[in-house]
Design a protein around this ligand. Structure first.
Ligand code: HEC
Length: 190
């Protein structure tokens, strides 16, 4: 992959991440069934963790590998089967923005939940490997396009390669996983 091709795709991606982070919003507190409260609370924790990781990548917060890892672990622990378990049975209910499509396309929902966990786990490992600084090793690499998410990786399951790509790339793909799941499985307003 040529460097200029990589640079061309990077700017809009960075912009869309900034937009996604800025657009994260929470539902106004209201009384909802306990399982709904629990999953919304989990999503808020995920969002806060993603924001703190983003701030370290942007340099608006100093890098602290322990905090970085803790944030990644927060996301990981709320992902995968733990996340899917909060959306069992009939998912649409008062105060919830969960879409009925979760019930009809549960496999895809579960896959996105697992992908979220795979990226979070990769970020957690990256923090261990980089205890002192968020240096070049954690930044976007030329090989990332091959490891997953780039045009060369269309046929590859990117999340399964999460630990072999740079942390920054894994983070970007993780945010795309949030966006994909919300686009498909969260309704705008109800
Ligand atoms: C597998 C699907 C899925 C993934 C992945 C996912 N979300 Fe969500 N998210 C949902 C659903 C569904 C809701 C609506 C839950 C409800 O209202 O019952 C939601 C709600 C939210 C909310 C609103 C919570 C509230 O206060 O009501 C935020 C914020 C959020 N997600 C952030 C994120 C972020 C940030 C990520 C990625 C790091 C992410 N989500 C990944 C499915 C997902």
């Amino acid at each position: 992959m040529h460097v200029h091709a990589r640079v061309k795709t990077r700017a809009p991606l960075t912009l869309s991440i900034a937009a996604f982070i800025a657009a994260i919003s929470f539902a106004a507190a209201q009384s909802v069934p306990p399982n709904v409260a629990q999953r919304q609370h989990g999503m808020k924790a995920i969002a806060d963790a993603a924001k703190s990781i983003n701030a370290m990548f942007q340099g608006t917060s100093p890098y602290d590998s322990k905090l970085f890892k803790a944030a990644a672990e927060t996301i990981r622990s709320q992902s995968g089967t733990a996340l899917s378990a909060l959306f069992q049975g009939s998912v649409t209910t008062t105060g919830s923005k969960a879409s009925a499509s979760i019930e009809s396309e549960r496999q895809q929902f579960d896959k996105l939940a697992l992908d979220l966990g795979a990226y979070a786990a990769a970020l957690s490992v990256a923090a261990d490997r980089n205890p002192d600084a968020l240096g070049p090793a954690m930044r976007m690499q030329a090989g990332d396009a091959v490891a997953g998410g780039g045009p060369l990786a269309k046929k590859i399951d990117a999340a399964r390669n999460a630990t072999s790509m740079s942390a920054e790339h894994a983070f970007h793909l993780m945010l795309q996983t949030c966006t994909s799941c919300h686009a498909k499985f969260r309704v705008e307003s109800k």
